[in-house]
Design a protein around this ligand. Structure first.
Ligand code: FAD
Length: 301
């Protein structure tokens, strides 16, 4: 089994996930997860805001099969929205439909999302629907469409590894979209498998949305893509208000600060909460060098 597959396998292990919840942030996760509590997370947001960096806040959560867990997650997100408003933070929400009950019952999930989006709408806060694996792709877009009938403060993610991403980006061009390469392991019949194919499609999608779309979040740690985008926006006179760069909390920190200092809109994806395990394992799968985060934490005790 390749190292990547091994970490994806670990990320999907429900028993390890619940074991991890019993302990605080461990294994180096504290370098890439902003905190367990909302208070810790607000501190991290304020630090980033001071550097002219906005945040998209994700209450971590996976393996939600009980309605009570989805309701708990919804309440936590509502709490975060209230704090963003009360403390006037430069931040918005990222959420995963599965955490709000998509795997339990579509209508139940929709009602939970609606409550979240409605409160955020009241405070003029944007809500991003993160995209998960292919099995949830179409139902997630359906939720977005249904909620968009009432609310305009929502957007989602386009994953460049899917063959149908081009079709999707055209269909949803009037939304604010985050464009990513894609983090899950997907089968050959739905997704590109090689890095070069994914990278090529990634650039194509970014260029399309920069030229035709509402607002583009370019979410990557890949300096080659970032440099390409910088040259592309200059060449096509695309104003800063039309796009931002995004990176995950704790990754390429210097580059995050530098991009903000250069005057680009920059947004850090800030995951928090007790349910850090699956998120952390996926980051190890993407880049086994991230294992150095683990060793540093273990040996710096
Ligand atoms: P990679 O292809 O992993 O790396 C390309 C090159 O960049 C590397 O070869 C290396 O040279 C350099 N590089 C990368 N990382 C580092 C580093 N840490 N330090 C130094 N050099 C580095 N995926 C989803 O499926 N759904 C989502 O909703 C989603 N949301 C995301 C939100 C954000 C803000 C980000 C940043 C990613 C998100 N992802 C999501 C994950 C995404 O799909 C990719 O799996 C992940 O970002 C890795 O791809 P990459 O573009 O960063 O670069």
């Amino acid at each position: 089994m390749a190292l990547k597959d091994f970490f994806i396998y670990l990320s999907e292990n429900r028993i390890l996930n619940s074991a991890a919840q019993r302990y605080g942030l461990r294994l180096g996760a504290q370098s890439v997860v902003a905190g367990v509590s909302i208070e810790e997370t607000v501190k991290s947001i304020k630090e980033l805001n001071k550097q002219n960096i906005s945040c998209t806040v994700d209450n971590l959560g996976e393996f939600v099969y009980e309605k009570s867990e989805a309701i708990e997650a919804k309440n936590k997100i509502l709490e975060v929205i209230q704090v963003i408003h009360d403390e006037n933070l430069d931040a918005h929400i990222s959420l995963k439909p599965s955490q709000l009950g998509l795997d339990i019952e579509y209508e139940f999930c929709k009602e939970n999302l609606k409550e979240i989006v409605a409160l955020a709408h009241q405070y003029n806060i944007f809500v991003n629907f993160d995209m998960e694996d292919y099995a949830r792709l179409h139902s997630s877009f359906e939720l977005l469409e249904e909620l968009n009938k009432e609310f305009d403060n929502i957007g989602t993610v386009i994953q460049a590894y899917f063959f149908e991403s081009e079709e999707l980006i055209e269909k949803y061009k009037d939304f604010r979209l985050r464009i990513v390469k894609g983090a899950y392991k997907e089968p050959e019949n739905v997704a590109y498998q090689t890095k070069s194919e994914i990278d090529k499609n990634y650039i194509k999608l970014i260029e399309y949305h920069l030229l035709n779309g509402k607002f583009t979040s370019i979410a990557t740690h890949d300096h080659r893509v970032i440099n390409h985008v910088k040259a592309f926006v200059k060449k096509h006179n695309i104003p800063n208000e039309k796009f931002e760069f995004q990176m995950l909390y704790g990754f390429r920190k210097e580059m995050q600060y530098d991009l903000a200092k250069e005057g680009f809109n920059f947004c850090t994806y800030l995951p928090f909460g007790k349910d850090w395990y699956g998120y952390f394992m996926r980051r190890l799968a993407e880049r086994p060098q991230n294992l150095s985060l683990v060793t540093k934490q273990v040996f710096n005790k």
